[in-house]
Design a protein around this ligand. Structure first.
Ligand code: XBP
Ligand code: MG
Length: 231
């Protein structure tokens, strides 16, 4: 296991319910739109990866035509990205418990670290700088570069290309079924650390599923990685 590639939303940070969801709602309000996403509805909308895709699908369901959506979605999403950056800068988004210790232990064990996310570079970079300032994630692949978002494997293929490693020498750390499918489609072993939104996902194919980072250490990640090589 030469490298570990981390997802961001739901994995490095619990960012969806009290982060992105809040920023989407503030953007709706600022643009004078009547929509508000409650916790339960947002859980269902998370099946659509990527904020702009999520907005398009939802607004289409609300009966908004394609021309109006094409005009309003980029504005809404740009404002939502700024608002989410403000939440990060205000310290409202925190690393998941135990993840900071794990990435530091991995780095100390000379396991290289990378990021593969469907989120936008506009908030991913400031979030990593603020919450993981000394962690050498390289490369950081975001939804801006990956041509197709998860569950498509392109973000993981790009991360592997940046690391110059074959999939067999890396491990993905994810929180969701979408992420697991993306990682496996890239040929990567995958450990899933579930959260409230993903605990009921079908994760049977994962090399390891745990409820929190306190259940993981470098040795258990190495074991999960070896399990995939024996399959
Ligand atoms: C994350 C996403 C993103 C975030 C919001 O999925 O799907 O759309 O919800 O970020 P994953 P943006 O954790 O599988 O990468 O609004 O920047 O898309
Ligand atoms: Mg995720």
């Amino acid at each position: 296991m030469e490298a570990a590639i981390f997802d961001v939303d739901g994995t490095l940070v619990d960012s969806e319910r009290d982060g992105h969801r809040v920023a989407f709602n503030l953007a709706f309000e600022e643009l004078g739109l009547p929509y508000r996403w409650d916790v339960e509805l947002y859980g269902r909308l998370l099946e659509i990866a990527g904020g702009q895709h999520r907005l398009h699908a939802y607004l289409e369901g609300q009966g908004m035509g394609a021309d109006q959506r094409d005009e309003i979605v980029p504005k809404l999403h740009a404002r939502k990205t700024e608002l989410f950056r403000e939440l990060v800068a205000d310290g409202r988004i925190e690393p998941r418990a135990g993840v900071a210790a794990l990435v530091h232990d991995l780095a100390a064990a000379r396991v290289r670290l990378a990021v593969a996310t469907t989120g936008s570079r506009g908030w991913v970079e400031p979030l990593l700088e603020r919450l993981f300032p000394r962690v050498p994630f390289d490369p950081v692949i975001t939804g801006d570069e990956a041509p197709v978002r998860k569950p498509d494997p392109s973000a993981y293929f790009m991360a592997l290309a940046g690391l110059r490693l074959p999939a067999s020498e890396a491990l993905a750390v994810e929180d969701s079924a979408n992420g697991l499918v993306a990682a496996h489609a890239a040929g990567l072993a995958c450990v899933v650390v579930v959260n409230d939104y993903t605990a009921d996902h079908d994760l049977a194919a994962a090399e390891l599923v745990v409820a929190g980072f306190d259940e993981l250490d470098v040795a258990s990640l190495r074991l999960a990685h070896q399990r995939a090589q024996r399959r």
